[in-house]
Write a protein that binds this ligand. Structure first.
Ligand code: MCN
Length: 795
């Protein structure tokens, strides 16, 4: 890999592209030295602090709130309940995409109305002169509530006898959707010589970004503008949602996302915290800050996954997949946030994984329960789908006695099959799946031609059972438009503005690489700005591994437009025809014959630098049709979804005496098309795999099945993986361009979370094969594995 320092192009580097090299991340200096400013670091004169009174019950009828004692406390400025919001001009309800649901359920009220539907739901907001007084105020508020029966399990919630959360959804089902052809799939299954079945749970996860959610809202009554600094992945999206929640025009709201300590999806959606901070600031006409504690983030931030699935795969006798049939019940939580309750309706679009599957049918029911709302969490639907298919393929391999690699090879789509539309309507753009498998096997040291009936429970010297598992995946990436504004200043330096938001992905480095290459200027002369709705034209935000595709191409197109204009200005400066002006390494030149009469007329200037052209662009006297200035805004939307893919391999050892699981090695080969910055890509894979391993090994969200209280509400109880539990991730790459965007790129930000769970569960089931154990649900804690082994040996 061609490593370069942040200085970017060096002498002698001219002409060598930055795109494709592992330029060190320029954002890390501030992040690693503590110089970066996070929302909670911000302050304002007269700043008030907000804290929430939260429900102790998972389900209860609210009878009253007594704030009198709290209001007596020093420093407490106000205590607000739903009635205060209802009396104001603000709707106070986080909108829900109800048009995509079968049941007319309301959105999330920012403070509970007459009923609470999950443990930790905000009931009252205390605003005080400092954060300690606000907490004291919370302690002093008395809530009178009648507990109701709670239901936390989505399968139980969908049962007739379960407590009902909303009258509009008597059986708690808010959306039922189907993908694929039910009849054709049923016929396929009836005729198929082999069918394998599997019931599984995709465990509920709680995002554990380093920085909890936070907001500092400042209503300026003078100019009637609201500024909200907040932990946002999507500043423009949040501006829109704040506008809807507060009933303010978007033009009166400015959202700033300063440094953000990780998002993983849960800072992409709107939340009562920032909405109430904004409302309170308008009410009190002073700045109001809110920062969630870790436990609040766990209790009432959005969670991820939580699917229960019955799945079957039909195969012929050679192991060719004929069909996949899936029924999933997906937990929505107590309220729908935005489009989240509709998310399960499209998760099945990736069920084909990398295979040519003629018939697929997926039916999904989205169910409300007395748990925290579910929203997108790194992967958002793709890990759930790929997990189903890659587990089924492995089980089929074992039942048919076919090697797990071989069965996959027999079903792969080949490079000639693209573009390919799957039986559930996903349109794959490009793929060379077998090359990635080969590379992964090579890195893993598994003989590509050999027998991969893997290790099948061979024992090591300590008596541990060893196993190897692999998983293929595809990941849909990109989607929607993004903005890129490239502004060249009169001195020739450049500021790039993008509507995406980096909270760990290294966009500043990445976009600077792209723009410096396009403009052929020094990398250090290019700054990148994200996260300010006043500075950036409009934007979509960062989620769905979309930024490199959407914003990367937007800033590239913006740079191209700028260069085109610069060339026209250069032609004017050089008094040359546009067609004769060449550009290379920061200089516009025109080749002239010695006898060219203009040489003698204008003193013979033959080249002009990019900086001189920039200066001229802001000077006087540009001829028609050239306008002054040198900047361009591009709104770019890719021509379709780009499908990233890859193969991950896990080597594990399980101690049958204790159930203890060790991941001995982990190999990841991913293909996100051309890599703008291979080092960042590698980092994204490391982080994604770590989160995937968290899901598969330790992370377990536990609600008390009776009362519905969240029991894993601290990092101590919720098993975030420790560095010491994680293996080195050995990475490799193939690069298959997407034909759907000019850079040819595909996203990579979520790949690791998709591939790691099936790779490890497949490996563990390989290790436990001697016991006839076909499947164990995640997380594969020592207790679960020990119990599975005990149950298998007792039978
Ligand atoms: N990249 C590249 N070449 C490509 C694709 C990507 O060089 N062909 C590099 C770029 O440097 C880019 C980075 O990978 O900046 C991520 O690009 P991309 O895959 O486009 O993903 P996004 O920037 O849109 O990031 C979103 C994605 C998601 S959806 C989650 S969730 C997630 C993730 O990124 N959350 C993260 N990675 C995270 N990383 C950190 N540290 N923190 C989070 O919260």
């Amino acid at each position: 890999m061609n490593e370069r320092s942040a200085a970017g192009k060096r002498d002698g580097d001219e002409g060598n592209p930055l795109v494709g090299t592992g330029v060190s991340r320029r954002e890390d200096r501030a992040l690693l030295t503590g110089a970066a400013t996070f929302t909670d670091d911000r302050s304002e004169p007269d700043l008030a602090h907000l804290a929430f009174v939260r429900s102790e019950h998972a389900h209860a009828r609210l009878k009253g709130v007594d704030a009198s004692a709290a209001l007596e406390l020093d420093g407490v400025l106000a205590v607000y309940i739903w009635g205060d919001i209802a009396d104001s001009e603000s709707p106070g309800v986080i909108p829900i995409a109800s048009d995509r649901l079968d049941a007319e359920i309301p959105g999330h009220p920012v403070l509970a109305r007459d009923r609470v539907r999950y443990h930790g739901e905000p009931i009252a907001a205390v605003v005080a002169t400092d954060r300690y007084a606000a907490r004291d105020g919370v302690e002093a508020v008395e809530v009178d509530a009648d507990p109701l029966d709670a239901v936390v399990d989505p399968l139980e919630a969908a049962n007739h006898a379960a407590p009902t959360l909303y009258e509009a959804a008597p059986e708690n089902v808010v959306n039922t959707s189907e993908l694929g052809d039910r009849d054709a799939t049923d016929e396929t299954f009836e005729a198929a010589p082999h069918v394998v079945d599997l019931s599984l749970e995709n465990n509920r996860l709680i995002p554990s970004a380093l920085e909890p959610r936070a907001a500092l809202a400042d209503w300026n009554a003078g100019d009637e503008r609201l500024t909200v600094e907040m932990t946002s992945q999507s500043p423009h999206g949040h501006r829109r949602k704040l506008a809807q929640t507060l009933d303010l025009p978007e033009r009166q709201i400015r959202v700033i996302a300063p440094a953000v300590g990780g998002g993983f999806g849960h800072k992409g959606h709107h939340h009562p915290g920032e909405a109430v901070a904004a409302w309170a600031s308008m009410r009190l006409e002073r700045p109001v800050a809110w920062t969630a504690t870790r436990s609040e983030n766990y209790l009432a931030g959005a969670h991820g996954r939580d699917h229960r699935t019955d799945a079957s795969m039909a195969l012929d006798s050679d192991g060719r997949i004929l069909g996949i049939r899936v029924e999933t019940v997906a937990n929505v939580g107590g309220y729908g946030l935005g489009g989240a309750p509709a998310m399960p309706s499209w998760y099945g679009r990736l069920l084909a994984s990398q295979y040519d599957v003629p018939a697929i049918h997926c039916e999904t029911r989205a169910v409300v329960t007395n748990t925290a709302p579910i929203h997108s969490y790194r992967g958002a639907g793709r890990p759930e789908a790929i997990y189903v298919t890659e587990r089924l393929v492995d089980i089929a391999a074992r039942e048919l006695g076919i090697d797990p690699v071989e069965i996959r090879r027999r079903n792969l789509l080949s490079p000639d099959d693209f573009p390919h539309e799957t039986a559930v309507g996903a349109e794959y753009d490009s793929g060379e799946y077998e090359a990635a498998i080969d590379r992964a096997l090579e890195l893993a040291g598994i003989d590509a031609e050999g027998d991969h009936q893997l290790r099948g429970g061979e024992r090591d010297d300590a008596g541990r059972l060893r196993g190897v598992g692999l998983a293929n995946y595809v990941e849909s990436t990109g989607g929607g438009y993004e903005s890129g504004l490239v502004r060249v200043h009169p001195d020739g330096t450049v500021t790039v503005f993008a509507g995406s938001h980096s909270h760990g992905q290294g966009h500043e480095t990445t976009y600077a690489q792209i723009v410096a290459d396009e403009l052929e200027v020094a990398y250090d002369d290019v700054d990148v700005v994200e996260g300010d709705t006043d500075a950036i034209p409009a934007g979509t935000g960062t989620f769905g591994s979309r930024s490199t595709i959407a914003a990367g191409n937007a800033v590239r197109e913006g740079a191209k437009d700028v260069l085109e204009k610069a060339r026209r200005v250069a032609a004017f400066r050089l008094d040359a025809d546009l067609a004769d002006v060449a550009y290379a390494d920061g200089s516009f030149t025109v080749e002239r014959e010695r006898e060219d009469e203009r040489l003698s007329a204008d003193g013979g200037a033959e080249s002009v630098s990019f900086a001189e052209v920039a200066s001229a662009a802001y000077g006087r006297g540009l001829p028609e049709p050239l306008d002054p200035g040198l900047e361009a805004t591009c709104f770019y939307e890719p021509d379709g979804t780009a499908y990233t893919f890859g193969t991950h391999v896990a080597f594990v050892a399980v101690d049958p005496a204790t159930g203890d699981l060790e991941i001995e090695r982990y190999v990841a080969v991913d293909d996100c098309g051309p890599r703008v910055n291979p080092t960042i890509v590698e980092g994204q894979i490391h982080g994604g795999v770590a989160q995937g391993l968290g899901q598969v090994c330790t992370e377990e969200t536990v609600y008390d099945p009776d009362g519905g209280r969240l029991l894993t509400d601290t990092m101590f109880e919720y098993g975030v993986p420790r560095a010491s539990q994680l293996p080195d991730v050995e990475t490799g790459a193939t690069e298959t361009p997407s034909p759907l965007n000019p850079l040819g790129v595909k996203g990579i930000g979520e790949a690791g979370t998709i591939a790691a769970p099936p790779a490890v569960v497949n490996a563990v089931c390989d290790a436990l094969a001697p016991y006839g154990i076909e499947h164990v649900d995640m997380p594969l804690t020592a207790e679960r594995l020990w119990t599975a082994i005990r149950e298998a040996t007792d039978e």
